[in-house]
Design a protein around this ligand. Structure first.
Ligand SMILES: NC(=O)c1ccc[n+]([C@@H]2O[C@H](COP(=O)([O-])OP(=O)(O)OC[C@H]3O[C@@H](n4cnc5c(N)ncnc54)[C@H](OP(=O)(O)O)[C@@H]3O)[C@@H](O)[C@H]2O)c1
Length: 351
């Protein structure tokens, strides 16, 4: 390897509210020759995810390459057991190349080592989507945290997005009723017509509380929380006794400035009198959870992966990806996702 130039994206400013392109900087660097036990990876897929936005508010991240899940190809290797052409599921962030070692971990989590991706499970892009972090999130939240049962009513927000689209379909696979909440008629039609949700409501049309009440005549047994804000306000009065609210995220809060801050879903649900799920054996209530609860425990994660890959092959689990090309597209694609311009799992085909 000689004179290889890497392009990467770093934060130039801590964004105030919605990030602007000028908050990001595309930088170049010359990569050093490989040392023993190292390998050169070329990023093929970069996952763009809402959690990156809160991370950008940390001043210590300024000037550093933005983190993110990746699927890369081994280009050159001095590491035993890794061959050119191997696909590596890793956490190498917004850059074209990275110098890696087999001991690297994903998410800064020592329980989640980098892994070879087996394309018989699904195409490489799915490793950062439906068969990756976002699919695991849906699986963990609905099946293991909320423990959905047949006949229950499940409501999910950001319903057409990476996590939401899987949640609604898993609800259907388990025999529950799936009601989505999403922005705009096209996303709602996709959830019902393509994914088989029972209903989907456009939260951008006035009157969400009344329309949601009409769509859930038996109330809400599980609310899979992705959004917070006004959508959560519409849900709270409809929650049944014994309900479970897996709190996955709250994207409506991520770009609020200090002056605009609202109670987070855990704060709001506690104030509404809901207990903490799992505390002192409670099987109802709310709980913030992360995908890592599943990804960090390998046998369970492998089982989930095999199950979901099987459902995809059987045509029971569909997924939509929102793809842009080239590292230079990542900034606009990321901001677009925060604005709801993505339609499905947001990812960049870097190479
Ligand atoms: N806990 C975990 O381990 C974990 C893992 C993955 C994701 N998450 C969380 O899960 C949520 C969904 O993530 P994702 O990857 O599936 O993203 P996504 O749904 O694919 O994309 C984000 C979507 O959020 C919606 N949105 C943006 N601003 C909104 C607002 N003010 N009000 C309502 N909806 C808004 C937009 O959809 P519309 O066009 O429908 O508005 C946008 O498309 C996020 O909160 C994320 O932080 C958590």
């Amino acid at each position: 390897m000689s004179n290889l130039t890497n392009h990467k994206v770093a934060m130039r400013n801590v964004p105030a509210g919605m990030p602007k392109p000028s908050d990001f900087a595309i930088e170049t660097e010359e990569l050093p020759a490989l040392q023993s036990n190292q390998m050169l990876l070329r990023t093929r897929w970069l996952s763009l995810d809402p959690y990156m936005r809160p991370g950008m508010s940390a001043a210590e991240r300024l000037g550093k390459t933005i983190v993110g899940g990746t699927v890369s190809e081994v280009v050159e290797t001095r590491a035993e057991g890794w061959e050119p052409g191997d696909l590596v599921l890793g956490y190498y962030g917004w850059q074209e190349y990275s110098v890696a070692t087999p001991d690297d971990v994903q998410w800064g989590n020592a329980d989640i080592p980098i892994q070879k991706w087996d394309e018989s499970l699904g195409p490489a892009s799915t490793a950062v989507g439906v068969l990756g972090m976002t699919g695991f999130t849906a699986y963990q939240g609905l099946l293991n945290v909320a423990r959905v049962r047949a006949g229950e009513t499940v409501v999910v927000s950001a319903a057409s997005g990476a996590v939401g689209q899987v949640v609604g379909q898993l609800a259907k696979i388990r025999g529950a009723r799936a009601v989505g909440i999403a922005g705009g008629p096209a996303k709602c039609a996709f959830c019902v017509d393509e994914l088989g949700f029972d209903a989907c409501l456009d939260y951008k049309v006035p009157g969400l509380p009344e329309r949601l009440a009409a769509a859930v005549p038996d109330g809400i047994d599980i609310y899979f929380e992705n959004v917070g804000g006004d959508v959560l306000e519409a849900v709270i009065p409809l929650l049944n006794e014994g309900c479970r609210v897996p709190v996955c995220g709250y994207i409506a809060h991520y770009n609020l400035t200090d002056g605009e801050a609202r109670p987070t879903p855990p704060q709001r649900l506690r104030a509404a009198g809901l207990p903490t799920l799992g505390k002192e054996g409670r099987t109802d209530g709310y709980r913030f959870f992360t995908f890592a609860e599943l990804a960090a425990t390998h046998p369970a994660a492998e089982e989930a992966l095999a199950e979901m890959s099987g459902w995809i092959r059987e045509g029971r689990l569909k997924h939509r990806e929102s793809i842009t090309d080239g590292l230079e597209s990542s900034v606009d694609a990321f901001i677009g996702m925060l604005r709801g311009e993505n339609f499905g799992k947001t990812m960049v085909r870097v190479a």
